[in-house]
Structures are given as structure tokens and as C-alpha cells.
Design a protein around this ligand. Structure first.
Ligand SMILES: C[S@@+](CC[C@H](N)C(=O)[O-])C[C@H]1O[C@@H](n2cnc3c(N)ncnc32)[C@H](O)[C@@H]1O
Length: 256
């Protein structure tokens, strides 16, 4: 987020629309909305499970979801019971997604992810389950719902739809699967991105944008081919390890 904040502050205008076309947890878009850094925020996500969480919270069911979470007695048996039947509604799917995200190894939703056995500090399945924090976050997001719009769909199509919008800003953080990179494949169910098409539409945007990718030669080549500039920056991943991430944009004077 520090980079995105610095970048947004460097713009000569306050965006009428801030778009996060590969939203995931949408932390950047949420911060932009909470700090009023743009008039409106548009989040896009293709994964149905993740989309269910956004639609539930922003669609008037945040209180229900928060209540489900704080009243849930988390044990292996109760969790297994929840996952034993397919969700019968969007809000149930949202609950399943959050539960899975909190008790699966690394929070991974993609098929095949195992559940925590020992967890952090030997706290087992409960080691990342903070119901009151989740409730606060969910209600906090709901309070921003007049500023945030969520679309379940393809981020590249949404970029095309908004390509001519001038006072817009796009933060583009796609799954990292260029060059056969494994991270995006393991972490996300939806990882088949047409990176060429994404670069083409991004380079054509009338608005401002910042892209974030894994540092791979093929990404640098795509950037070059589309006359874009790259910068390697330090980032912390979910395990708080230092990682290098490649930022892609038109210019990086705001970083100097
Ligand atoms: C690198 S993650 C984004 C992480 C996000 N910045 C965050 O802070 O949570 C990429 C996300 O894009 C989603 N995704 C994959 N293909 C997509 C597509 N075609 N359109 C929209 N979202 C897509 C994945 O499901 C995943 O949630």
C-alpha cells in the first residue's frame, strides 16, 4: 500500500474512479475508499467464492455474516460439517469462503489446499480465527458501501470498458503466472490470464495505472514491448518475508 498511496498522491487529479480489476481481498481499494483517495472504487473478481464475500458484505448481508462468524464454535468437526454440504445461498458461500481462508494453510482457497493442523503457536485450527476482528472488518467494509461497487467478472473486460475514462486510476495486481510461475497457480483457482492482452489494454488506458507483478524476465519483456517502464521494489509477503516485486507503469518519478 505505501507505493500505491505515494503513486495516488503524485497524480495531478483526484480520481473519479479507482479500479482494482483483480481484487482478491481488495485491501488497496478498501484503503482508497476509507481514506477517500478517490470518489468511487470499483472492485472486480472472477473467483465465485471470493465474489460471494464481497456481494454479501456490500449487498446488505454484512450483519448476518458477522453474526455467523462470532457465533461459530470452531472445531474440526464443526468446520467439516460446514464444508460437507454445498452452500445453498450466496451468504452461506461467503461464510464458507471466510472459514476456509482462515483455517486452510496459507489462507489458500484454491482446490487441494490442506487445513491447518498445528497452526501458529500450537493453537491448531483456531490459530488464525479472530472472529471479533473479522466482524469489525466486515462491518467496516459495509460502512463504505456507498463508495464501493463490486463486479463479479473478468478484470481484463472491465479494463476495456473503462479504457477511455481519463480521470481514473487502476491498480492492477493479476495472478503471477507469466513464464510458468507457480505462485499464482498454487494460490488461486483462476490463474489463466492472457497476460499479452492485459498488457495491451493497460498500455491503452486513458487514465493512470500501476501494475504489480512477480519479477520475471517475461514480464519485463511484455512491459518493454508495450513501451512501459518497470521498477523492482521490496515488498513483504504474507509470511512477512522480504520479496522483490516488479512495478510497471508509464513513469516512476514519484518513487525517486
Ligand atoms: C494477485 S491476486 C490479487 C490480490 C489482491 N491485490 C489482494 O490484495 O488481495 C489476483 C486475484 O485475481 C483473481 N483473478 C484471476 N483471474 C481473474 C480475472 N480474469 N478477472 C478478475 N479477477 C481474476 C484471482 O482470483 C485473485 O483473487
Amino acid at each position: 500500500m505505501p507505493y500505491v498511496r505515494a503513486w495516488l498522491r503524485s497524480l495531478s487529479f483526484r480520481p473519479t474512479l479507482f479500479v482494482e480489476p483483480f481484487a482478491g481481498g481488495g485491501i488497496i481499494g478498501l484503503t482508497v475508499a476509507a481514506e477517500n483517495l478517490a470518489e468511487r472504487v470499483l472492485l472486480v473478481e472472477l473467483d465465485q467464492q471470493v465474489a460471494a464475500v464481497w456481494q454479501t458484505i456490500l449487498g446488505g448481508e454484512a450483519a448476518w455474516l458477522a453474526e455467523q462468524i462470532v457465533s461459530f464454535d470452531l472445531t474440526h468437526e464443526n468446520a467439516a460439517l460446514v464444508f460437507s454440504k454445498p452452500p445453498s445461498s450466496m451468504r452461506e458461500m461467503a461464510f464458507q469462503t471466510i472459514l476456509k481462508n482462515r483455517i486452510a494453510h496459507g489462507g489458500i482457497l484454491a482446490p487441494g489446499a490442506g487445513l491447518i493442523k498445528h497452526g501458529e503457536n500450537g493453537k491448531g485450527i483456531k490459530s488464525r480465527w479472530y472472529p471479533q476482528t473479522l466482524k469489525r472488518r466486515i462491518l467496516g467494509i459495509e460502512s463504505l458501501n456507498d463508495k464501493i461497487e463490486f463486479v463479479e467478472g473478468d478484470g481484463i473486460s472491465v479494463l476495456r470498458q473503462h479504457a477511455k475514462l481519463q480521470r481514473a486510476a487502476f491498480f492492477i495486481d493479476p495472478p503471477y503466472t507469466v513464464d510458468g510461475k507457480k505462485a499464482g497457480k498454487r494460490l488461486y483457482a483462476h490463474n489463466e490470464i492472457d497476460h499479452e492482452a492485459l498488457f495491451t489494454v493497460t498500455a491503452s488506458l486513458a487514465g493512470e495505472f500501476l501494475m504489480s507483478y512477480d519479477n520475471a524476465d517475461a514480464v519485463a519483456e511484455l512491459a518493454k514491448k508495450n513501451q512501459l517502464t518497470t521498477r523492482l521494489v521490496a515488498m513483504k509477503n504474507t509470511h512477512h518475508a522480504e520479496m522483490r516485486e516488479l512495478l510497471i507503469g508509464r513513469a516512476f518519478d514519484w518513487l525517486d
